[in-house]
Design a protein around this ligand. Structure first.
Ligand code: AMP
Length: 401
């Protein structure tokens, strides 16, 4: 079975075609700058082992429909593509950011599901409308092919009320569903599953802390295979220090900024989401640039690294207290998979809780899962690459079977 995975953003579409009989990627593509004067499309097709056909296009791509049509033409192109007919695509899996309290698992898309995703737009005003664009286009282009929504929030629907409630007037929850939802759920679930497989445990018996550090960052406490707490909140702003997002701040800072700096709520929102985090502290949001700057003696870059890794450590400690027994800590995503310094600093001082990493192994780079803890560490520490597209394709296949 071949599954097309679509991650539709406001001005971009990421897509992958996967062969689910072999778990291999057949096509990996990105349409960018939809709606701009000039759009970009990059399509990488893998028609056979060690063979790659890259096609780049620069042309106006006025809307998602045009972008997806161009991608599909390339996927089925006689020379540049990998399939001879669109009917080979057995299902389409969509990443949907916010399923609110309506979705606890991946769901076959119907009119009711679309209406429910729409009803959750107030909780994710930037993401859900873009995800819906992708769904509508795919439904038009692949009539009769099952479409499945895989929600970023679904894995976290097992979080108990004492962890998802904010201590605000209760009616805000009752009437407006103000609560923690959590995100990156597909990634946390995937690496927790991989961790159980590697440790030869049933997922239902595994307690672990999954640490997703990419441009967006979040941490999840997984108890007996289920999410019981996570650092992102009602929106993807709370918790860890991210590339451009602040993570936790005193909520009274909003009031301070409004009263003393005359900032309106839109300006504050933009600042917290786009001008804060690593970028806010040192002007750079890519960890590779931050390390280069630290080597040249940039003190603010060092501060940004310290603020991020200290916050990671604080959350790991908190989730150890939440879980009691921790079998493993799992680092994943762009920073988590590649940055040994961030990993080292994030578990520094946790030896007294049984977390010991091997500096030499930690410094290694691997595309495969890597155990970086010492043999006498009572908590195993692993680097496990995430693969959200494969996870979405697997969920899509599973729900249809
Ligand atoms: P993601 O959102 O998972 O794609 O992660 C993207 C982020 O990972 C980038 O913004 C970088 O900060 C970070 N990153 C990617 N590669 C490396 C690397 N080799 N070393 C350190 N950080 C990296």
């Amino acid at each position: 079975m071949k599954v097309l995975v679509i991650n539709s953003g406001s001005s971009s579409i990421k897509y992958q075609l996967l062969d689910m009989d072999t778990d291999t990627v057949l096509v990996n593509g990105l349409v960018e700058r939809i709606g701009d004067e000039k759009g970009d499309l990059t399509n990488k097709a893998f028609p056979g082992t060690d063979k790659q056909v890259v096609t780049k296009m620069v042309q106006p791509i006025p809307d998602h429909n045009t972008g997806m049509r161009l991608a599909i033409e390339l996927i089925a192109h006689p020379e540049k593509g990998v399939i001879s007919d669109m009917s080979e695509i057995g299902a389409v899996g969509h990443r949907v950011v916010h399923g609110g309290e309506d979705f606890h698992q991946p769901t076959i898309i119907t009119d009711e599901v679309i209406a429910a995703i729409e009803a959750n737009v107030p909780l994710a005003p930037l993401h859900n409308p873009a995800n819906l664009d992708g769904i509508r286009v795919a439904m038009e282009l692949f009539p009769g092919v099952p479409q499945v929504a895989v929600f970023d929030t679904a894995f976290h629907q097992t979080i108990p009320a004492h962890a998802y409630m904010y201590a605000l007037p209760y009616e805000l929850y009752e009437k407006d569903r103000v609560r923690r939802y959590g995100f990156h759920g597909t990634s946390h679930k995937f690496v927790a599953g991989e961790c159980a497989r590697i440790l030869d445990k049933n997922l239902g018996d595994l307690n672990c802390i999954t640490v997703h550090l990419g441009n967006g960052c979040s941490m999840t406490a997984v108890e007996n295979g289920k999410s019981v707490d996570t650092s992102l909140g009602m929106t993807p702003l709370e918790g860890l220090v991210m590339g451009t997002r602040s993570g936790d701040v005193d909520p009274a800072i909003h009031t301070f900024l409004s009263r003393n700096k005359g900032m309106d709520i839109e300006a504050i929102d933009t600042m917290l989401n786009k001008e804060s985090g690593l970028k806010g502290l040192c002007g750079m949001n890519d960890m590779r640039d931050i390390h280069d700057a630290i080597e040249k003696g940039n003190e603010l870059a060092k501060l940004a690294l310290d603020v991020q890794t200290y916050r990671n450590r604080k959350y790991i400690g908190a989730y150890m207290a939440v879980l009691g027994r921790v079998d493993a800590i799992v680092f994943t995503a762009g920073i988590g998979e590649n940055d040994d310094i961030v990993r080292r600093e994030s578990v520094k001082g946790l030896e007294c809780f049984g977390v010991k990493i091997d500096a030499e192994v930690n410094a290694q780079r691997a595309k495969e899962p890597l155990k970086i803890s010492t043999d006498d560490s009572s908590v195993a520490v692993w680097v496990i690459p995430t693969n959200e597209e494969l996870a979405i394709a697997r969920e899509t296949k599973n729900i249809l079977q």
